[in-house]
Write a protein that binds this ligand. Structure first.
Ligand code: TA6
Length: 277
């Protein structure tokens, strides 16, 4: 595959596409079609990537934007199937790379049995990731998943997630319970919540002064997650204190919102991330 001038390739056993364009710098691993880093021109890094992330087939990278697909969390019927699906732990195939004055577009594909998907990463002043689930079989397929984005924050206690006010959500801490969001989301302990919301959200960092706009497509659920201290300690690929450095806001299709993709059809789940002025 010929790469455009703004895209380099580092690593052979573990290829990473290194984007250095007028509009941004970004890194995308072939493993998981995974955006590891994105820094738009004139801004600080937007994504959090764990310094203890493990870069190996069969394991998901901790941080960046893991592609959770074709199911979200546990498989609906098979307890032995991997959490968050099969896409984030394997190498994809690169099928396209282009650039213009607005940025760079990289396209990846994977197929396994009935599962077929394409991911497009457009990195420029905005970052867009879209995941197309393609049904080439003769039966309907049921798909869920998430673009499990880890956003870098000055400190988790400094941030607010805005625009989910009044949304219903499944609080998955302890016994899963449906609740209604009151006001902006703030963090003073573990948060693991699946919101019934297809709309855009804002991540406001009151100390760094940065606001990140997260727009979504084909995404009836928005997941907000931070593991907090105790769970972070139990995660081997995350430094104990680093739960303070990120907030996950995920364009998702979760639980009862799973989509049925009919034969010959496809479904696109997407997110567009931008730094607000
Ligand atoms: O999206 C939230 C979530 O499903 C949480 O329940 C939490 O487990 C997180 O994803 C991370 O999952 P992982 O398998 O990457 O450790």
């Amino acid at each position: 595959m010929n790469l455009p001038p703004s895209v380099g390739l580092s690593g052979t056993d573990y290829p990473v596409y290194e984007i250095d364009h007028l509009t941004c710098k970004a890194r995308v691993a072939l493993h998981g079609a995974h955006v590891m880093s994105w820094r738009p021109q004139g801004e600080e890094e937007v994504l959090y990537l764990s310094p203890d992330a493990v870069y190996r087939e069969g394991k998901a990278i901790r941080g960046g934007i893991p592609i959770c697909w074709p199911w979200f969390n546990a498989h609906p019927t098979d307890p032995d199937a991997p959490s968050h699906g099969i896409a984030r732990t394997r190498f994809w195939e690169m099928i396209g790379a282009e650039e213009d004055e607005e940025g760079v577009a990289l396209r990846f594909a994977m197929a396994d049995g009935i599962w077929k998907a394409e991911v497009t990463v457009k990195a420029g002043l905005d970052l867009e990731v879209s995941l197309e689930s393609v049904n080439t079989t003769e039966i309907p397929i049921v798909v869920s998943g998430a673009l499990h984005s880890y956003f870098s924050v000055s400190d988790i206690e400094n941030v607010r997630v805005v625009n989910l006010e009044d949304a219903d959500f499944l609080d998955t801490i302890g016994e899963p319970t449906m609740r209604k969001q009151k006001g902006a989301i703030t963090f003073s302990g573990e948060v693991d919540a699946i919101y019934d919301s297809a709309g855009k959200v804002l991540l406001v960092d009151d100390v760094s002064g940065r606001t990140i706009l997260i727009e979504k497509g084909g995404s009836p659920s928005t997941v907000v997650w931070n593991p907090w201290a105790e769970k972070a300690v139990a995660m081997g690929d995350l430094p104990d204190e680093d739960y303070r450095k990120f907030c996950c806001i995920e364009a998702a299709i979760a639980n009862d919102k799973a989509v049925i993709v009919m034969p010959g059809n496809s479904h696109v789940l997407s997110t567009r991330i931008s730094v607000e002025e």
